[in-house]
Design a protein around this ligand. Structure first.
Ligand SMILES: Nc1ncnc2c1ncn2[C@@H]1O[C@H](COP(=O)(O)OP(=O)(O)OP(=O)(O)O)[C@@H](O)[C@H]1O
Ligand SMILES: [Mg+2]
Length: 253
């Protein structure tokens, strides 16, 4: 479980996060939603330690980030898997080499075991045959799956995904969402996903944190999101006509 407590982040004169408190349980897909510019990426970067919060703390299974030594932080990093907005693969390396990269860097496994582990992860994302291809030779959805395989190579306790569906068609997005969801429940990772994709919210939103103007404006599950009477949440969700219609059908109007 990851807990964030009274998290603030300011850049010079701009307050982006204004005191966010929440908890993200293990084995669940936790979604952070909010308008473009609301601070989702800044929040995720504070959680993973790429940004230092101006105030507040992030607690990893009882371990306070603020109180950790440099060495403890470095060890914690190895428990994290990350998938960024772009798949961020190394173009000059094969798919297999991409997945092996974190193992090369951070594990003491021998070459044979690293190949075996990377191949297992590629099979887990249904890319068992693609290991010898290069990123430029496969589709965007496949690249995202390679990024997922790479993120899980070190068996992370914590998985972070910033807009994993950006640039993908709706059907491929569902494949990616389901994959992240299945891996989360299979390995009991604490998974946090930034998204503004309402399909993801309704598909895998086991815990949803809605941020608005730097505050945690609503929290709940995918079953609660459509019937909430939170005005700011509703104006975010029902900006899409489709979801307004779904709600109206659900309410029998
Ligand atoms: N390094 C930085 N320096 C100054 N301001 C920043 C920095 N990074 C982000 N911001 C500001 O923080 C605010 C939130 O940005 P952020 O990228 O977190 O939004 P977001 O919710 O992830 O949006 P999107 O949905 O478009 O990805 C924006 O106003 C942005 O300009
Ligand atoms: Mg973002």
């Amino acid at each position: 479980m990851i807990e964030i407590s009274d998290l603030h982040k300011s850049f010079e004169d701009k307050d982006v996060l204004k005191g966010i408190t929440s908890r993200f349980e293990g084995g669940k897909t936790n979604l952070i939603i909010g308008q473009s510019g609301s601070g989702k990426t800044v929040l995720l970067k504070c959680i993973v330690g790429l940004f230092t919060p101006t105030k507040g703390d992030v607690i990893y299974d009882g371990r306070s980030f603020v109180q950790m030594t440099k060495k403890e932080r470095a060890l914690l990093r190895r428990e994290m898997g990350m998938i960024f907005q772009s798949a961020a693969l190394f173009d000059s390396m094969s798919v297999l080499e991409n997945v092996m990269f974190p193992l090369d860097m951070f594990s003491d496994m021998n070459y044979k075991d690293r190949v075996r582990r990377a191949s297992f992860c590629l099979e887990r994302v249904n890319l068992g045959d693609a290991g010898q291809k290069f990123p430029g030779e496969i589709s965007g959805g496949m690249q995202k799956r390679v990024a997922i395989a790479r993120a899980i190579a070190l068996n992370p306790k914590y998985l972070f995904c910033d807009e994993p569906n950006s640039g993908l068609d709706p059907k491929t997005s569902i494949v990616i969402d389901n994959l992240i969801h299945d891996i989360t429940s299979e390995y009991k990772t604490t998974t946090i996903i930034n998204t503004h994709d309402m399909n993801s919210v309704m598909g895998i939103g086991e815990h949803i944190l809605f941020i608005c103007e730097g505050h945690a404006a609503w929290e709940g599950t995918k079953d609660e999101v459509m019937s909430s009477d939170n005005e700011r949440l509703n104006s975010f969700i029902f900006a899409s006509d489709l979801f307004r219609k779904v709600r109206d059908v659900q309410q029998g109007e």
